[in-house]
Design a protein around this ligand. Structure first.
Ligand code: PBG
Length: 330
């Protein structure tokens, strides 16, 4: 009988580095990493972000260099965020649908430069472009107007597709946004442009550093549209609805505090599931490492491995290029 100890010794499979490597259940491939990038059109030098050491707001020139580096590192894609100057922000987020607005202009440059080597993706949300900082347009009582926002998202989607985005990241958490954007893309002949739905996006404190990254003007919070961190079933419901509306990929965000959602969603839907290791997750590890309190490189790999192990097929991470380079042993 080999029903237990001493015949059964799980440590056998941990005995050497070669054995551990062979039996590892989860691996990270550079192709499964996506790098978020910030770009501004009113700066002449890249602007470092204080709360995200190592991350910058790019100029168009430094963005070009960054995406070439990303392609050489073999990562799967880049996700572009545009940061308009204050004077380009208004209540409707007009710059988001301007073909020459920062995000659309940057997308053209990036698609031209590396569109064949990796997947060029764009954030489809109004918060960077509105003077009030909300992800949608406001009704007269100051609330975020869901259906009026969908009209803006449809126009944004078409402009982003025209600019060369191959995968639109719908991060606004408006009801019906996936269906609305799919219909708009199809009506304009963009059947092949794919939709990444931030399906289960939570109203999280871990977006803190990102707000600096995009110069957010938000006062208040996003709790009427982003999910309550207390809710698991509701996150799953959002993911299922997005798949029904035509999402090609669904995402859970943030990642590390929401691994239960990553596991639930990946068990429930027939499309790829991604997770976004957000700015606060990045900042926590960087800050602890800078204090000598944590082994930075191991913590980065462990966090990414955990996100993959929970069921995410790909991960958006600010460490994408660094990790890909390490993995390739360059
Ligand atoms: C909204 C958006 C946010 C992030 C990505 N898209 C901010 C928010 O919802 O407040 C956060 C990403 C991060 O924290 O790294 N356009």
């Amino acid at each position: 009988m080999t029903s237990g100890f001493p015949d059964i010794r799980p440590r056998r499979l941990r005995s050497t580095p070669a054995m551990r490597r062979l039996v590892a259940e989860t691996r990270i491939d550079p192709a499964q990493l996506v790098l978020p990038l910030f770009v501004r059109d009113d700066i002449v030098e890249p602007a470092p972000l204080q709360s995200m050491p190592g991350v910058v707001q790019h100029t168009f020139d430094s963005l070009k260099a960054a995406v070439v580096e990303a392609a050489e590192a073999g990562i799967g894609g880049v996700m572009l965020f545009g940061v308009p100057g204050e004077s380009d922000k208004d209540a409707r987020g007009t710059a988001a649908t301007d073909p020459d607005g920062v995000l659309n202009a940057a997308t053209r440059v990036v698609a031209d430069e590396v569109g064949g080597a990796l997947v060029v993706q764009t954030d489809l949300c109004l918060d960077e472009f509105t003077d009030h900082g909300h992800c949608g347009v406001l009704a007269s009582d100051g609330s975020v107007d869901n259906d009026a926002t969908l009209v803006r998202y449809r126009d944004m989607a078409v402009e982003q597709a025209r600019a060369g985005s191959q995968l639109l990241g719908l991060s606004g958490m408006m009801d019906g946004q996936v269906g609305a954007v799919r219909a708009a893309l199809d009506a304009d002949g963009f059947q092949d442009v794919a939709i990444l739905a931030y399906a289960a996006k939570y109203a999280s404190a871990f977006y803190g550093p990102f707000r600096e990254a995009v110069g957010s003007t938000l006062r208040g919070d996003r709790k009427t549209y982003q999910l309550d961190p207390a809710n698991r079933r509701e996150g799953l419901r959002e993911a299922v609805l997005d798949v029904e509306e035509g999402a090609d990929i669904v995402m859970v965000k943030p990642a590390l505090s929401y691994l239960d959602l990553v596991a639930d969603v990946s068990a429930a839907v027939p499309v790829p599931v991604w997770a976004y290791q957000v700015s606060g997750e990045y900042a926590m590890i960087e800050a602890a490492a800078a204090n000598g309190w944590i082994d930075r490189d191991r913590a980065i790999l462990e966090s990414l491995t955990s996100i993959r192990r929970a069921g995410a097929e790909a991960v958006l991470t600010y460490w994408a290029v660094e990790v890909a380079t390490t993995l390739k042993g360059l």
